[in-house]
Structures are given as C-alpha cells and as structure tokens.
Write a protein that binds this ligand. Structure first.
Ligand code: HPA
Length: 282
C-alpha cells in the first residue's frame, strides 16, 4: 500500500492536538544517536506507536519517539528512531516522518546516520558531511516518490542537484573548525540491507565513487527535497566497509551502536553549533 495524504494528515493532526510547538527544523537521529534529543527543552515526547499510521521501527537502538521542542534557539521536530526499508515497509512509507514534518511546517532537515567508511582516509569515529548520494534501490525503481504524485506535496520530477544544501555544508565545516573537530565530506551510498555488503559489492560501491555506505537517510532526503526543504546530512562512520579487511574482521550491529555512542558528544556539539548558526543565518 502506498502512502497517501490521508495517512499523513491523520498523523499530523494527532501531533497538533498534543502540542502547540510549530517546528521549523527536522532532526532524524540514527543508530545509537538517540541521546542527541536529550538536549531538547520543553519537549513533548510522543511514542510513535500512539501516532495514527506511524510505521514503527523494530530495530534495537532505535527508540521510536517523536520529540518536539526547542534546541539551540530553534523549534525542532526530532525523530528518535526511524523506519528502514529493510523492515519490510513499502518504500513510500519509509519517510513517513518527513511528510508529517512537511505538514507541520518544517523547512530544514538535518539527518544523521551510522555508516560504513569506504574511503581509505576515513577512520571509525569520523563524522562525514554528505555531499551527494547514490540511491541504489531508487535507481532500480524503489524510489520513495514512486506512485501517483500529489502536486501539493511537490513536483513529479524533482531535481536532485545540490540535494545537500551547500550553505549548510559550509556552515557545518565552519562549526567543526570552531570546535576543533575533524570533519570529513563525501558521497553516501544507500543500500537496501539488512545484510552488510560483500567484498565484491564494496568494490562496486568504491568504483562508483561512494565514500560511505548505509541503509537509511536517502529515502527521507529524497522526500525532503520533493517537499522543498533544505537538507544537511551527517554520517557517523562506525566501521570501515572495505573490500580487503584485516583477515578475521566482521561487522556486527553492536559494534555499530557502540561506535555511534562514542561519537555522540562530538556530534551533539557539532549539531548544536550548526543549529544555532543556521537559525541566525535564515
Ligand atoms: N554497511 C551498511 N550500513 C552500515 C554499515 C555498513 O558497513 N555500518 C553502519 N551502517
């Protein structure tokens, strides 16, 4: 079943009934990054299962809450726990939260995720600003905009140049410089998951120009651009995803979560600086 306006409206109405917060900034918190929402003041915390139609995340490490409040001087709508394509939902449902954000007036989206580092200059613990993405499932037809287009939500054929707002990327680098924090930049490849990549698949992604790989973010970003939002994407590099790993090494979800936690203090500081800055800039 594809997502419709009626589904979005029901969820947005339910949220508007419980809070007067009218958010301008959307925030999606990836694996192990839930605690970034702890700094949100005067927060309304709404469990996603109480919101009509919300496709629930079933992944350990994803809390499944909507948090509405103020962060660094900005009104925010934060998702603690996102829905992934590999959980079995139709791709049009995966960015449900972004459509609800759109209905509530969000015009800027910051997306975070955990990703495997393909670029040999990266190290686990690095943070990467996403410059561009490769939507592998989307190229093969699993695009979140598949199906009838609602012109009130956005255009049939949205442009995908400068998806990741150049001003916000510059702002991220400036904030990282001020915080003395190492910040990488690169191309994020979205894969369907949930199995991690084979060495042959990683060679393909590397040859295609990917610097990092992950199982989220791109469906939400495509919908955010369809909705006309400005987008910033930040990846926490939790592990190296290279075709020639040290023999005997394996990736597991626990390692990804632990590395995600390690990056939380730095990513929190960076996000707060970026949010404060962009609130002034816009
Ligand atoms: N591959 C895909 N998704 C991921 C990875 C990875 O190596 N690490 C964190 N998310």
């Amino acid at each position: 079943m594809t997502l419709t306006r009626a589904h979005i409206d029901a969820a947005a109405d339910a949220l508007q009934a419980v809070t007067a917060v009218r958010p301008r900034l959307g925030l999606i918190l990836g694996s192990g990054l839930n605690s970034l929402a702890d700094g949100i003041e005067a927060a309304h915390v709404v469990p996603q299962e109480t919101i009509p139609g919300w496709p629930r995340s079933t992944v350990p490490g994803h809390a499944g809450r909507v948090v509405l409040g103020r962060l660094a001087g900005e009104t925010v709508f934060a998702l603690q726990g996102r829905t992934h394509y590999y959980e079995g939902y139709d791709i049009t449902w995966v960015p449900f939260g972004v459509r609800v954000m759109q209905r509530l007036g969000v015009d800027t989206l910051i997306v975070t995720n955990a990703a495997g580092g393909i670029n040999a200059d990266f190290r686990p613990g690095d943070i990467m600003v996403i410059r561009d993405h490769i939507n592998l499932p989307g190229l093969a037809g699993a695009n979140p905009l598949r199906g009838e287009n609602d012109p009130e939500l956005g255009p049939r054929f949205p442009d995908m140049i400068d998806v990741y707002d150049p001003d916000l990327r510059r702002l991220a680098h400036r904030a990282a410089g001020n915080l003395n924090l190492r910040l990488q930049e690169g191309v994020y490849a979205f894969v369907g998951g949930p199995s991690y990549e084979t060495p042959a698949e990683l060679r393909l992604l590397r040859a295609a120009g990917a610097d990092a790989v992950g199982m989220s973010t791109v469906p939400e970003v495509v919908v955010a651009r369809h909705a006309g939002m400005r987008v910033l994407g930040l990846s926490s590099i939790t592990n190296m995803a290279v075709p020639d790993p040290v023999p005997g090494t394996h990736i597991d979800h626990e390692e990804v979560l632990a590395a995600g936690r390690d990056v939380v203090p730095r990513l929190t500081a960076l996000l707060q600086a970026i949010i404060a800055d962009q609130a002034h800039a816009s």
